[in-house]
Design a binder for this molecule. Structure first.
Ligand SMILES: NC(=O)c1ccc[n+]([C@@H]2O[C@H](COP(=O)([O-])OP(=O)(O)OC[C@H]3O[C@@H](n4cnc5c(N)ncnc54)[C@H](OP(=O)(O)O)[C@@H]3O)[C@@H](O)[C@H]2O)c1
Length: 238
């Protein structure tokens, strides 16, 4: 099982609300080094933190990060984006592609690129940040991107198991960060999300369900579609 003590962690989107917390808590759990990656990296004033430029949508940027970070043992795909107004009918093709590039193709490309690096470590892990929106489409592009990422996590978990890399998916509803600043609903603190994510990772959990919203939506998948989507009639019109 991967432990964070002595590990070398790479966090994408490390300047964001959850990203900052993942960097700090990885260090608190004994990580030897954390690559805090961002499109515009900040100073961390901690010798254990290596700021690294990484745009998850840019293949050259990913190649450069892999070349510089050949000692990574834990990859955290945290970077993500959402759009304020998000319905598939209203968004432009380009907007939908932007969301998919950041939330799906980026983490997939990073996982593929870092897999050989992770394989060189006796214990290694990938941590992917999902949402209950992986399971319920309350937004258009964002939900689709998190559903696709969840599926990719499931594939990578099986594909990377033979090389000893654990793949863990985190599902969290609203979180108190910039991404959800316009949302007026209960939110989990990024501190709690990072803490539960790392507990799950270190316990060898394949999935971390952070909050009741995520647990409830997952349970709801076994029921009728119209229960998940009350705006629908109980049966599709003939
Ligand atoms: N907040 C929520 O309610 C919530 C709920 C469930 C899941 N999540 C997920 O949690 C993760 C962290 O989000 P957050 O809540 O911490 O939001 P946040 O504060 O907005 O942070 C998102 C980070 O992702 C970075 N990012 C966006 N596009 C990028 C790119 N192309 N390359 C590299 N970095 C990029 C942003 O960088 P810049 O600073 O350069 O813009 C930002 O630092 C995301 O995957 C999000 O989808 C959030």
């Amino acid at each position: 099982m991967p432990v964070l003590s002595g590990s070398v962690v790479l966090v994408t989107g490390a300047n964001g609300g959850l990203g900052r917390e993942l960097v700090e808590q990885a260090l608190a759990r004994g990580a030897a080094k954390v690559y805090a990656t961002a499109r515009r990296p900040r100073e961390w004033n901690d010798p254990r933190v290596v700021p690294l430029t990484l745009d998850v949508t840019d293949a050259d940027s990913i190649r450069a990060a892999v070349a510089q970070a050949q000692d990574v043992t834990v990859l955290i795909n945290n970077a993500g984006m959402s759009l304020a107004s998000d319905t598939l009918m209203a968004l432009s093709d380009e907007e939908i592609r932007d969301v998919m590039e950041t939330n799906f193709f980026g983490p997939v490309a990073l996982t593929r690129a870092f897999a050989p690096v992770l394989a060189t470590s006796s214990t290694s892990a990938v941590l992917n940040i999902h949402s209950p929106l992986s399971w319920i489409a309350l937004t258009g592009a964002y939900s689709a991107s998190k559903a696709a990422l969840w599926s990719a996590t499931n594939s990578f978990r099986v594909e990377l198991a033979p090389q000893g890399t654990q793949v863990t998916g985190v599902h969290v509803g609203y979180m108190d960060t910039a991404m959800a600043k316009g949302v007026n609903a209960p939110k989990t603190s990024p501190e709690e999300v990072a803490w539960k994510s790392f507990d799950g990772l270190e316990q060898g959990d394949y999935e971390v369900i952070v909050d009741e919203i995520s647990a409830g939506v997952k349970l709801g998948l076994s029921g009728p579609i119209s229960d998940l989507y009350p705006a629908l009639p109980a049966n599709a019109p003939a």
